[in-house]
Design a protein around this ligand. Structure first.
Ligand code: IMP
Length: 511
């Protein structure tokens, strides 16, 4: 006979945190949100950490290069989706690694023989008042000079004059050499009282521009997640079908973390993949596996001391219909608590601490807080990030409201059959495990993330915790009755502003 578990499958919204003593020196802005993504042996530091406990789901509608850059600038990590050809996934990784905060490719360029009238048109259409002049008008051509709107008077000068008659010649241009650090580039801008610094190759070809106005922007991202070479960090998903070709290409492109993306990772095919990767690349690479929902699955994946973190969650995703299609899954809170307990006993017995990622089904900031209090080291979200300006889908107006398309990897649209089938035979989707939908547009990722983090930090202070590990240790959670959930909302009052909605309910109501 089947084993029937005595406990009910629980979700995050059934729990609340009980406040504990807050010390007088505690403040939300002093709370440390850094968290490990790799195994911790004894007292050693983990080889990979993020600065905030948020990562974006490996989905076509979520984790493209723009979102990966925006999230890494906030201190988190994106997992670039693997339901695409190896070369294009590797190119997305390269795009993130190439991104240099503060160094921007020049998108408005002139040639020496353009007329002032043509340059004015160019400045108006781009909104830029400083324009590099290159040999061929390209962003990487030989730099001949710089022209700005201060170099001519629109109503006094002859507009048919050539750019070369008005520009600052290259010999008089202050520039930085390729490889210059942002700090030194800003130093030159400051010293020479310039607004814009071109960065040139040894042959004086234009490489990038550094603007004075971006200096403050850089200071606004103190938690930026950078590798040893000061490049932004990025993760990538892989599958159990083509890792032999995919992983080397991703490593070559500079990926920082890889993770198997599978709807059910309690699976021999995934373990074969894990072994292959460790044999080929050793322990240097940070490797995650999943998804699992039981302590039994955890024991299987971590048993051979080969993986860095596990991903927990089956059937909870906002676009997921796995539970109704196949009858498998588990309430996310129950799955997490079961696995956290096993992880903690393993850490006690062996000194080996395996970080846990809670993946999917989070629909408001409170649930993120509860997941982290219950023992998740970090959370992976799809819908949350799909709603931002930086997700890869187009903004779409429906009945006067702005939305973004958001679809599951288990839809025919995504065609990610590798995530749902480990066998090599069935290379098609016979039935769908996800839906194709829209989510409300909420604006820039930075604003959404900063609000979430501020709430998280405030709750941690309520519990008297200075770090996420203290939060997990100190948290006391209580289950709530249906009536108590009702009580949590406003009662018997009529609200005429939407502020409260924006604070408390699902992220979609923010905008
Ligand atoms: P969300 O944050 O609730 O939107 O859930 C995102 C998570 O759902 C992803 O990280 C995946 O684990 C999972 N997921 C993605 N696509 C599908 C699908 O089509 N069906 C089921 N689960 C999915």
């Amino acid at each position: 006979m089947a084993i029937i578990l005595s406990d009910t499958s629980r979700t995050f919204s059934e729990y609340l945190l009980i406040p504990r003593l807050t010390r007088s020196d505690q403040k939300p802005e002093l709370v440390d949100l850094s968290t490990p993504l790799s195994v911790i042996e004894g007292n050693e530091s983990p080889k990979f950490k993020t600065n905030i406990p948020l990562v974006s789901a490996s989905m076509q509608a979520v984790s493209g290069p723009d979102l990966a850059i925006a999230l890494a600038r906030q201190g988190g990590l994106s997992f670039i989706f693997c339901s695409q050809p190896i070369a294009s996934q590797a190119e997305m990784i390269r795009q993130v690694k190439r991104h240099k905060a503060g160094f921007v490719p020049s998108d408005t360029n002139a040639t020496e023989d353009m007329t002032l009238q043509e340059v004015i048109t160019l400045m108006r259409s781009s909104g830029h008042s400083t324009v590099p002049v290159t040999s061929d008008g390209s962003p990487t051509g030989l730099l001949k000079g710089i022209i700005t709107d201060r170099d001519f008077w629109e109503h006094e000068d002859d507009m048919s004059n050539k750019v070369k008659q008005h520009m600052t010649l290259i010999d008089d241009v202050i520039y930085g050499s390729d490889g210059i650090s942002l700090r030194d580039a800003n130093g030159l801008l400051h010293k020479h009282k310039k607004e814009c610094l071109p960065v040139l190759s040894p042959q004086r070809h234009l490489v990038a521009l550094v603007f004075k106005k971006d200096y403050e922007d850089h200071r606004r991202h103190p938690l930026e997640l950078l590798d040893a070479s000061k490049r932004l960090c990025v993760g990538a998903a892989i599958n159990t079908h083509d890792y032999v070709d995919r992983v080397p290409a991703l490593v070559e492109a500079g990926v920082d973390v890889i993770c198997f993306d599978s709807s059910d990772g309690f699976n021999e095919h995934q373990m074969e993949g894990v072994r292959w990767i460790r044999n080929k690349f050793g322990k240097a690479i940070t490797l995650g596996a999943g998804n699992i929902v039981s302590a039994e699955g955890f024991d299987y994946l971590v048993g051979h001391d080969l993986i860095d973190f596990v991903k927990v969650g089956i059937g909870g995703g906002s676009i997921c219909i796995t539970r109704e299609q196949k009858g498998i899954g588990r309430g996310q809170a129950s799955a997490l608590m079961d696995i956290v307990q096993r992880r903690n006993s393993l850490a006690k017995e062996t000194g080996r601490y395996i970080p846990i990622c809670s993946d999917g089904g989070l629909s408001n900031d409170t649930q993120i807080v509860i997941a982290l209090a219950m023992g998740a080291d970090f959370v992976m979200m799809g819908r949350y990030f799909a709603m931002t300006d930086e997700s890869p889908t187009p903004k779409t107006s429906i009945n006067g409201q702005m939305y973004k398309p958001y679809w599951g990897e288990g839809t025919r649209r995504a065609q990610n059959w590798q995530r749902y089938s480990s066998s090599m035979e069935s290379r098609q989707m016979i039935f769908e495990e996800g839906v194709d939908a829209y989510v409300p547009l909420v604006g820039p990722l930075s604003e959404l993330v900063q609000t979430t983090l501020y709430k998280l930090r405030s709750t941690m202070v309520n519990v008297g915790a200075d770090s996420l590990s203290e939060f997990r240790e100190q948290a006391i959670l209580t289950m709530v009755s249906e009536q108590s959930v009702e009580e949590a909302g406003t009662s018997n009052v009529r609200q005429f502003t939407s502020n409260r909605d924006a604070d408390n309910s699902d992220w979609g109501n923010r905008g």
